[in-house]
Design a protein around this ligand. Sequence first.
Ligand code: 4AD
Ligand code: MG
Length: 482
Amino acid sequence: MIHREKVKSLLETEEFNREVTVMGWVRTFRNNQFIAINDGSCMGNIQVVVDFNHTDEALLKRITTGAAIAVNGIIVESVGKGQRVDIKATSIEILGDSDPEKFPLQPKKHSLEFLREIAHLRFRTNTFNAIFKVRHALAFAIHQFYNERGFVYMHTPIITASDAEGAGEMFRVTTLDLENPPRTEDGKVDFSEDFFARSTNLTVSGQLEGELAAMAFGQIYTFGPTFRAENSNTTRHLAEFWMVEPEVAFADLEDNMQLAEDMLKYVIRYALDNCATEIDFLNNRLLEEEKSKPQNERSEMSLIEKLNFCLDNDFERLTYTEAIKILKSSKPNQKKQFKYLIDEWGADLQSEHERYLVEKHFKKPVILTDYPADIKSFYMRQNEPDEVGRKTVAAMDILFPGIGEMVGGSQREERMDKLVARMEELNIPQEELWWFLDTRRFGSAPHSGFGLGFERLVLFVSGMTNIRDVIAFPRFPKNAEF
Ligand code: 4AD
Ligand code: MG
């Protein structure tokens, strides 16, 4: 067995003048004397002091940035400035060399763009150490939140034959020979010969299966990878992202909104309480970054202020119809500054509109409800037509500053006749969703749920600006490296 102490606990130790072993990767080696070692247990490094007069020259040469080393030594209170503890090395072993000519991470600031190209190594920077600690804490907090409330964690399938969102943005899953696929008599690819004897794809959402479970357990959630083959090259979209989808029986849209707001506040509070060092680091990183921007583009609040502000205030709730009124008479709409001008009810909201509402108008998270039926999914509960006969559904989107849509959800259409009528209008074949429709056949009940884009949450809490920096190995159009 390997015995070592973690850098995190050594940096906090009160027991000095004892022998310790530390293992980690060299961040810097100064003056042939001071090694900064990081083992990932925290952002900080521990300083190892080397007696170079009594250390083999060849060994000293191998202590290079990126090398993995094991150090045995005595832990002492540091006499130098900048750190509380040092390890006086008694022996050093090189576990893995790192050629300094080739190792791409130098002890200097690298751009996020460059680090994205070496995503396999970027974990070894302080920024990515902090981001992924925050990501971990948020994931853990989500499970804790639902567990405390008695939800059952469901693992819904990743390979499915249905399109949950009806948007057709799916990655096909097949084992057919693409060079020479079997064909039906009319020349189409014959999926009855495929692995599952039908056409299948990667799931875009676990919701439909989640609904089945909710209609037995009462309250469930999923937390898994979802896939969208949409050609969106933005700082908010991934082709593979993680979604948290609670589904609750005997719950209406109000309950749904409350659950989402409670969950978001709970997990943000958890991250602030449990990742104080990391969030502090990210807060300062953002302040530094903002310094290079012109005054009017800088955010009014620091990251920590923004997170606390979100905890201390109720999310603003309003209907789509009310939002359209605000947008229509807004300055950027009047002055034709929006790329997509809002002139009539029914328009889908673009991210510029969402951001106007959240960042300029309300200046806090906003929950928009009751969207036009035509821009939302088939399964959403149909409202009574409004006074002028317009059709809306009991949908809700939660919009966040700097992010846009963080959560999308709805009360579900539990009435069989209404659901089937809507599916017919949209040409969604009932045979394929017979099992989904069974929930409406046997003991249907009001129920609601939503989907949280996990990376968008990490983006908000870490203060990063590109979604590709908050998932380990981002998948996006024309990129599946690593
Ligand atoms: O709004 P969406 O498409 O909703 C659903 O999939 C529902 N079935 C959820 C439900 O009611 N159970 O996606 C939900 C959330 C969005 O609000 C957004 O945060 C995130 O998933 N999302 C993405 N995140 C990253 N990259 C993408 N391409 C995303 N598409 C959606
Ligand atoms: Mg949505």
